[in-house]
Design a protein around this ligand. Structure first.
Ligand SMILES: [Zn+2]
Length: 474
């Protein structure tokens, strides 16, 4: 952490979160206010104050380390070696929930109507502050096999080490506080968008803070502000229905595949009318069964991306209209299903700088000294823009995410080291949050401040993305 933390934070925001000149113009005032907010919070001083020698905190972190070394690294290896893709993680959650039950947690399966989602509340919970720990466990879909190339296999063990260490502290000290573990399936897939659905179902209600870990090839933390790794996304499925007939008399049917081809061509035809930062890419998931039958059903699946959600709505309208035009032109019908959304999340420096400081203290390697792009601690933005939190990302591999090599590293020394660092840092930060009311106040002030500025940013964007006036033809 540098001397000019507030400054670096602001630079991070300026450099990364706003990707277009329109966004940077719209954000100018907001960024100045954010800089003032960060300066007034003086994160560096509070982090220095909190991280001074504290045997009680070190004991909780040491317990998390012990749990990792004695039992949980072995469980992480076991889950890595038995990968299960999203929403089919039955064996993985069996291992995780059995462990939680053995350590005094009451487990409720099937959160938000998803079979592999769960909530585990510690039986000795004693009111606020309410600490939440998010676990993921789904593997990636490979071409030959499922694999843990994103190391979600370790997230359960890491989160449980911290949660159990905190639960034991609550038991021993009788201090007020609660710890709840959330099993969130299918991070690599949508639909459904598991965390968004869980949030909408009220599963995270009452949480004051949420934490999780994630694999990384560097030890990093986000700058304060709002943003996302990979643009705001709408996941949309376009299903066309037609009528079948013999290939020799195709005029007797209506060709749904032709409609899908029109959809792609219609989009390409208007790309010049859409701001260039948009990413509109789709695949055809159904396109008929046999060449001698006119396809009466065809489906295209799109991820539509834009740096901000305000202009994204206009991009969506172009694509939806391209689909409607395709149906009209081919005499078919279209159903539009917006099955998922990823949005900007919020990152607070009060949490990320403390997390970063602990990751370094406990021996993290491959340190990225500068804060990264501001982004939330989970992929949907729906939770991280409503509840403050932090993702721990100590270096756990020398390879990039979503590779077979990263899966191998989960079983090796670099993985084991990084997971243990994450568990210790998570336990230490949760301890601090539990025991320092003024720190909790600071986190809340920063989060609320950024949230207000995020809203201000979106309303200033709404003013600049004016649509042209298209007159009626005479
Ligand atoms: Zn992931």
């Amino acid at each position: 952490m540098g001397m000019k933390l507030a400054c670096l934070g602001l630079l991070g925001v300026l450099a990364f979160a706003q990707e277009t000149s329109t966004e940077r113009d719209a954000a100018r005032d907001v960024l100045h206010k954010m800089s003032d907010l960060e300066t007034s919070l003086d994160v560096r001083t509070i982090v220095e104050k909190i991280t001074v020698n504290n045997p009680a905190r070190d004991q909780v972190a040491a317990r998390a380390k012990e749990l990792m070394e004695k039992e949980l690294l072995a469980m992480s290896d076991d889950i890595t070696k038995h990968p299960e893709i999203g929403f089919e993680e039955y064996k993985s959650i069996e291992k995780l929930t059995t462990y939680l039950k053995q350590h005094g947690f009451e487990v409720t399966m099937g959160a938000a109507n998803m079979k592999t989602a769960f909530v585990a509340r510690y039986k000795g919970n004693r009111g606020a502050p309410n600490l939440g720990v998010i676990l993921e466990y789904d593997a990636l879909r490979g071409t030959t096999r499922a694999f843990h190339g994103d190391q979600h296999s370790s997230q359960g063990p890491v989160g449980m080490a911290a949660a159990v260490a905190i639960a034991e502290l609550l038991e021993k000290s009788k201090m007020p506080g609660s710890v709840t573990v959330f099993g969130t399936p299918g991070e690599e897939m949508m639909p459904p968008n598991a965390k968004t659905d869980m949030f909408k179902a009220g599963v995270f209600n009452g949480m004051d803070i949420l934490v999780r870990s994630h694999s990384s090839s560097t030890t990093s933390r986000p700058a304060a502000g709002f943003g996302t790794c990979c643009l705001n996304i709408d996941g949309v499925k376009y299903t066309f229905s037609g009528a079948p007939s013999h290939q020799m008399t195709p005029w007797a049917g209506r060709n749904a595949l032709e409609a899908v081809i029109h959809l792609f061509n219609n989009i390409d035809a208007v790309r010049s009318s859409i701001r260039p930062e948009a990413r509109i890419q789709g695949v055809i998931t159904e396109g008929g069964a046999a060449p001698n039958v006119v396809p009466d059903r065809a489906v295209a699946d799109f991820y539509i991306r834009y740096p901000d959600e305000v202009y994204l709505a206009q991009v969506r309208e172009f694509v939806d209209n391209a689909a409607k035009a395709a149906a009209l032109a081919t005499g078919t019908k279209v159903k539009i299903d917006n099955y998922g959304q990823d949005r900007d999340g919020i990152a607070v420096a009060s949490l990320s700088e403390l997390a970063f400081s602990y990751m370094k203290k406990y021996g993290a390697t491959r340190i990225a000294e500068q804060p990264g792009k501001p982004q939330g601690y989970e992929e949907t933005g729906s939770v991280s823009s409503e509840i403050p939190g932090i993702g721990f990302s100590a270096a756990t591999s020398t390879w990039p995410n979503h590779t077979y090599e990263m899966e191998t590293d989960a079983l090796g020394e670099i993985g084991h080291k990084g997971f243990t660092v994450d568990a210790q840092a998570m336990a230490a930060l949760l301890y601090d949050y539990l025991t320092h009311p003024e720190y909790r106040g600071q986190v809340k002030r920063e989060f609320d401040g950024i949230k207000t500025l995020f809203d201000e940013y979106k309303s200033s964007l709404r003013k600049v993305y004016v649509k042209p006036n298209v007159v009626d033809p005479k």
